[in-house]
Design a protein around this ligand. Structure first.
Ligand SMILES: O=C(O)[C@@H](CO)OP(=O)(O)O
Ligand SMILES: [Mg+2]
Length: 399
């Protein structure tokens, strides 16, 4: 009944105007799943590797799709194992990580559909009763907006929200409030790749503006909102200089750790992603120790790349206390799940995440819910971002 009957791959457009892969899977009983691969701009060097779409689709048609027909879509591990066998590399460059992630997620959705279940129910079981809180960027720069802030993302999360709907609208209100403060300061501007405002201001001014917006919204709504960051420090790291290079400063690793710890204190940050570059587990560990006793998540994105081996290394060194989960960094749902399971076993929090290049695919809202992630990082506005946020609101109606 849940046997795979048909597999389609096509080249579609993403939110940055680039090509990406969409996969569709049909089962014999009429189960149907569709999923799309997202793509990053500030990609980690240890991420699984994509292939150009046309070439990857042609290759999959000859040597991968025939191997998938007649598999049982309910056997996700078996499905993902075939992807790895046909790929025959360590980084999915054989079939392409974009092909792998689209197929792997489409398969889970086809299986859920064949069982007449929502994806979060199929993957999470009967006791899932909570969605993650949305974590979104209100101001951004770095690799996502030229000429804007050095720090890639100034994030907010409505920690006091009572439900997904309240949370989503609270974030939107902060986003709008940031705009009015920018305009009042004569710094009105456009948006970056993920829908965050991209003003030509210093990081210090961005902190000031976001803090002001957060306070205003908290006063207005009575809902607590906390600030966070994605520093994307690998993008700033200059290995020759051995410094983090900002527009107006160059920081050694020790100075970077002290700077971030100070920001955590000053702005009561609940979340700091990639404060240290992707090769430096020891630097991550030092910062994690520095913030012990606070409720701040020190999250590895480029550091862990959703990879079990890299997370194991981090756990051994006590580097960070949180892992960012991006299915396309590792390429299959099984591998994504294994990373989350390892994180949970060792008390690391998990945050399910979008990429800067996205489609209207909503799968990560289901994965974040099914796997008990504390946050869903997916922006605040823009069609491809609200697709996921609105899906959280729909998911919540099932509880
Ligand atoms: O750095 C990140 O966390 C992401 C998403 O916000 O960006 P990108 O997809 O460009 O890696
Ligand atoms: Mg990141």
């Amino acid at each position: 009944m849940t046997t795979i009957d048909g597999v389609t791959l096509r080249r579609i457009l993403d939110s940055r105007g680039n090509e990406t892969i969409e996969a569709e899977i049909l089962t014999a009983s009429g189960g149907y799943g569709r999923a799309c691969a997202p793509s990053g701009a500030s990609t980690g060097i240890y991420e699984a590797k994509v292939r150009p779409c046309r070439e990857a689709i042609a290759d999959a048609q000859t040597r991968l799709i025939p191997e998938l027909i007649d598999l049982d879509s309910q056997d996700q591990r078996g499905f993902d194992e075939i992807l790895h066998i046909v790929d025959a590399t360590d980084d999915l460059s054989g079939i392409g990580a974009n092909i792998a992630v689209a197929l792997s997620l489409a398969n889970a959705k086809a299986a859920a559909s064949a069982m007449n279940m929502e994806l979060f129910q199929f993957l999470g079981g009967a006791f899932v009763d909570q969605t993650p809180l949305p974590l979104g960027n209100v101001i951004g720069g770095g690799a996502h907006a030229v000429g804007a802030t050095d720090i890639q993302e100034f994030l907010i999360v409505p920690t006091g929200a009572g439900n997904a709907s309240e949370a989503v609208f609270t974030n939107a209100l902060v986003h709008k409030t940031v705009k009015s403060i920018l305009v009042a300061r004569g710094k009105g501007c456009g948006k970056g790749d993920e829908g965050a405002w991209a003003p030509h201001i210093s990081d210090a001014e961005a902190f000031e503006i976001v803090a002001e917006a957060v306070n205003k919204v908290q006063d207005e709504t009575g809902i607590e909102v906390r600030m966070g960051l994605d520093v994307a420090a690998s993008e700033m790291w200059n290995a020759d200089l051995e410094r983090y290079v900002y527009k107006n400063a160059k920081r050694t690793t020790e100075e970077q750790i002290a700077y971030i710890a100070e920001l955590v204190d000053q702005y009561n940050l609940v979340y700091v992603e990639d404060p240290i570059q992707e090769e430096d587990f020891a630097g991550f560990a030092m910062l994690t120790e520095e913030v012990t006793g606070r409720d701040t998540l020190i999250c590895g994105d480029d550091l862990f790349v959703t990879n079990v081996e890299r997370l194991e290394e981090g756990i051994a060194l006590e580097a960070g206390n949180c892992v960012l989960i991006k299915p396309n960094q590792i390429g299959t749902l099984t591998d994504t799940f294994e990373t989350i399971r390892l994180a949970c076993d060792y008390g690391y929090e998990t945050v399910m995440s979008h990429r800067s290049g996205e489609t209207t695919d909503t799968t990560i809202a289901h994965l974040g819910t099914a796997f008990g992630c504390c946050f869903l990082k997916c922006g605040i506005v823009g069609g491809e971002r609200i697709a996921k946020l609105n899906e959280l609101i729909r998911i919540e109606e099932h509880f």
